[in-house]
Design a protein around this ligand. Sequence first.
Ligand code: 13P
Ligand code: SF4
Length: 334
Amino acid sequence: MDTLAVAQKSLDRKGFLDLDVDPTLDLFEEIKKLKREKNAIILAHYYQEPDIQDIADYIGDSLGLSQKAESTDADIIVFAGVHFMAETAKMLNPQKKVLLPDLKAGCSLADSAPAPLFRKFKEKYPDHVVVSYINCTAELKTMTDVCCTSTNAVHIIDSIPEDQPIIFAPDKNLGAYLQRKTGREMVIWNGSCMVHEIFSDEKITKLLQRHPSAKFIAHPECEAHILEKADHIASTTGLLNFTRDDEATEFVVATESGIIHQMQKASPHKTFIPAPPDNTCACNECPHMRRNTLEKLYLCMKHEQPEIHLDQWVIDEGRACIDRMLEVSARAGL
Ligand code: 13P
Ligand code: SF4
């Protein structure tokens, strides 16, 4: 068996190409070379490790990444993020090759709404429209009327006629936040993100007492009792912009700590403290996002593997809810 055939076997098992990378290689230079040779674009989420953010062509939140995936004229989209994001890119631009450095980079929130269970749940509410957070599987999107991200969620809910009942899936924390923000009662699926639901109220209170001039900022995937304390609630891009524009010089940040890399770059004179989680480990890193590494990114670009494949029916039936989301976002100037 040749090297790539061996690697393919390991890919089937492990979800990434398990090949040795020459430790003397300058991976930044090699990746840049591959980008040029293959006309590839690297799209990275803010929760990726700093090296990956630094080599990416575009870094953004879920909305920005979807818009970029739709508009790119590159031949290959290398998605440095998690599986549902790469699937969304494939749905938006099905003729492109979409690569994900590690196929097992999943998402606890997307996993919390398995399509067969959701189908049964939806049957109980035949007159409801389904709004799904983009952090869901491609199959769930086939059962969704309109998608949203944390940037446009309020606009999406507001775009639905007031007398139209809504199911919101899969994030119960974002759903509850939207109910409070828009005043709309919704039927909410009971899912959550493993990173955003572990912040410790008590530890954050103590931290803020020690840093009285710090502003506390949080992502709407956090639980209500954490959001209550926040000076500002927004998507990752919204939080980043807030730290850049606000006069405060110290921020306690309740979201995945990868975003702090961009916050620090945008405001080098400011201090960013990751909000402490409610466990013995002191980090807020998403174990799914962090499966991607610079080595896996390099190998996946070199061998054009692992690739995202979707059944044609999933693309056909799942795309409309993303298109609707992008239309509402464009009308709102997002
Ligand atoms: P945004 O970057 O769109 O705010 O989403 C956060 C997130 O949890 C992505 O997995
Ligand atoms: Fe999913 Fe949460 Fe990780 Fe985002 S941070 S990919 S929502 S598990």
